[in-house]
Design a protein. Structure first.
Length: 117
């Protein structure tokens, strides 16, 4: 089982990034997918979540209207489009999968996003 994040990097305030999370070793279409982030010295927080079919999404108030979460079950990939980035978005971003049938959860290794001029 693997969740591999990519797309992080350094971007100036107001810029955009698109994170990807490639899933393998399990049936992603049976899992709700989400992104969490953890800033230095802070706890891990939920950024966005998407249902197994992609029909429902939920966002933290801090990113509503700026981030868009989508999934492609055929490609076993989840995408987080991040626009109008702010310095407070700086964190390590983690992809997570939660089974729709039980409490089984998988985590990726994380990708660093740094918003700075």
């Amino acid at each position: 089982v693997q969740l591999v994040e990519s797309g992080g990097g350094l971007v100036p305030p107001g810029g955009s990034l698109r994170l990807s999370c490639a899933a393998s070793g399990f049936t992603m279409s049976s899992y709700g997918m989400s992104w969490y982030r953890q800033a230095p010295g802070k706890g891990r927080e939920l950024v966005a979540a998407i249902s197994v079919t992609g029909g429902t999404t939920d966002y933290a108030d801090s990113v509503k209207g700026r981030f868009i979460l989508s999934r492609d079950n055929d490609q076993n990939t989840v995408y987080l489009q991040m626009n109008s980035l702010k310095s407070e978005d700086t964190a390590v971003y983690y992809c997570s999968a939660l089974s729709r049938y039980n409490d089984r959860r998988y985590w990726g290794q994380g990708t660093q996003v740094t918003v700075s001029s």
